[in-house]
Design a protein around this ligand. Structure first.
Ligand code: SAH
Length: 230
């Protein structure tokens, strides 16, 4: 079972979309669990302060290391558990990282706010910084939802059909081929005839060539990786 703890100033974000459908069922089946920890409950003064102005000046506020450390230390008993801070400065999250991280039993995630968190916390609690992309969000909660969505669907038993993971975009450095369903004819457009042929080898070949085409045109970076591996 993957036990996830999320440290946040806004617990009402969770479980959010992760509390429905497949994810809810997976929670009931004890494939994963989610606990939210309200950082404010671990503030150290009567005003429940969690942030302060940055040393050196500048705009915005910074989340205090002592408050976050108190929340972490009271909730994470094993010092070896992984702690992730979702941050635009972190290493880029991708499918490869998602597959690696599901091997863990415990995952702790800190949602930042304002200008982020005091650097000393990152150093002293051995926190890994992970970014979900080159853009700035207002807080780590939405990033956490994206991060967990990408991870939990990979846990064995969450998706009804694990085969559907095999041919997805990013497997083997290719984008997925185009998909079609009923109706067979729609607004003067027909489904490509090869998909109706019943010839599985031919369909596989067509899909691979479409995948290659689309990857070469849209994602030269992935295309280079694909060429190296094939
Ligand atoms: N001042 C910071 C941005 C802070 S954004 C900087 O320039 O780097 C506020 C919070 O939103 C961050 O602490 C982080 O937890 C979250 N966040 C914003 N963009 C993110 C991204 N691309 N990936 C992951 N988390 C992000």
């Amino acid at each position: 079972m993957l036990s996830v703890k999320v440290f946040t100033l806004y617990p009402e974000f969770f479980p959010g979309p992760l509390g429905h459908g497949l994810y809810k069922k997976a929670m009931e089946n004890k494939i994963w669990s989610l606990k939210t920890i309200n950082i404010r409950d671990f503030s150290l003064d009567k005003h429940k302060t969690v942030d302060d102005t940055p040393f050196g000046g500048g705009s915005g506020m910074v989340m205090r290391c002592d408050v976050l450390a108190n929340a972490i230390d009271k909730n994470i008993k094993d010092k070896n558990e992984q702690i992730i801070y979702l941050s635009p400065k972190g290493k880029k999250f991708d499918q490869k990282y998602a597959k690696k991280i599901i091997k863990k039993n415990d995952l702790n995630i800190i949602c930042g706010h304002f200008e982020g968190i005091d650097e000393r916390l990152i150093e002293n609690r051995n926190i890994e910084e992970v970014s979900i992309g080159d853009f700035i969000l207002s807080g780590g909660e939405t990033a956490t939802l994206v991060f967990l969505d990408a991870i939990i669907r990979l846990l064995p038993g969450v998706l009804g059909n694990m085969d559907s993971l095999k041919e997805e975009t990013f497997e083997n450095h290719l984008l997925e081929y185009p998909q079609y369903t009923k109706p067979q004819k729609w607004e003067k457009k027909e489904v490509p005839s090869v998909l109706l042929s019943g010839d599985h080898a031919k369909i596989k070949g067509w899909r691979l060539s479409k995948s290659q085409d689309i990857t070469r045109r849209r994602r030269p970076d992935l295309w280079e990786k694909y060429k190296k591996n094939n």
